[in-house]
Design a protein around this ligand. Structure first.
Ligand code: ADP
Length: 277
């Protein structure tokens, strides 16, 4: 028994413990600051439409809206602002649910089916757009891309990306949804889905920033387009929950490509719908 080696061993494990504790506190401190900022941003975003709703209704009550036209304008502003509040609350609830990891399903899905449905849905909302489902490479057909996850959340991810692709690109420009399986740079088998547009694209540090909560690229430009600034943070949250990754690339010839990778699902679903090892 050597007390010196024992002390050395103890102090080194104490050191390791301390650095773990420090790290834990750092994480906590960070998330506390982030949480406070998030709550602040959320109340600010909710207060803005509320202030204008209150303003218009006060004008009405005071009899300051003297023509039918002025009343009609005020009413349609109130309607638009309350819709905006509704969308914000909806998005905030979605984010809260993702954060809590509640009610997430874990079922085998194929991103190919989701891509085909998303292309059809886009035709209903934006009939002027050509939306095609393509393969990952130019000379490839769209391929099966099996994953395990929560179907309605994955559908929401693709719907958010499609809404943005339609919203932030010129009318009439085509969109592509590329889907298939591939091998990642680290050699892992992955299922990949990409939403490609031919708009202005996303450049420099905005490639990271667009995933932050409430971030909107050019507020004067985007304010009119009616988003909440939460769509892509919902995308990032859901993708992370599925152990996937999301990044923004440049579409060849110009535009934004949102590229999502998920672990490829290789297990065969059993007849009961649960997974076999
Ligand atoms: P929202 O669309 O509600 O503003 P998002 O989180 O969905 O919020 O997007 C954040 C910002 O990223 C948008 O305000 C827009 O400036 C930018 N953006 C998103 N998608 C695209 C796209 N396909 N092309 C160009 N810019 C985009």
């Amino acid at each position: 028994y050597n007390p010196y080696t024992e002390i050395g061993r103890l102090s080194s494990s104490l050191n390791t413990m301390l650095s773990h504790i420090e790290k834990a506190f750092e994480v906590q401190k960070n998330s506390e600051v982030k949480m406070r900022r998030f709550v602040g941003d959320a109340s600010h975003e909710l207060r803005t439409p509320l202030v204008s709703i209150r303003g218009y209704s006060e004008l009405y009550r005071q009899g300051a809206l003297q023509t039918d036209e002025a009343v009609a304008t005020a009413m349609s502003r109130i309607e638009a602002e309350s819709k905006r509040m509704g969308q914000l609350i909806e998005d905030l609830l979605t984010l809260a649910r993702i954060d809590e990891r509640r009610e997430a399903e874990n079922k085998p899905l194929d991103l190919l089916n989701i891509a085909i449905d998303a292309a059809q849905d886009a035709f209903a909302t934006a009939p002027d757009r050509e939306v095609v489902v393509v393969g990952l490479q130019d000379d490839e057909e769209p391929g099966s891309a099996p994953i395990v996850g929560d179907e309605s959340r994955i559908r929401q991810v693709i719907a958010n990306l499609m809404t943005n692709a339609i919203r932030y690109t010129p009318a009439g420009t085509p969109l592509e949804i590329a889907v298939g399986s591939d091998v990642s740079e680290s050699g892992q088998q992955i299922s990949r889905i990409q939403v490609r547009d031919h708009g202005p694209g996303i450049h420099g540090d905005e490639k990271q920033k667009v995933f932050e909560r409430f971030y909107r690229a050019d507020s004067s430009r985007t304010r009119e387009t009616g988003g909440t600034g939460l769509g892509l943070s919902i995308v990032a949250g859901i993708v992370q929950q599925h152990e996937g990754t999301v990044e923004v690339l440049e579409t060849p010839g110009g535009g934004a490509t949102f590229s999502l990778d998920f672990p490829l699902q290789t297990e065969v679903p059993s007849s009961t719908g649960s997974l076999r090892a």
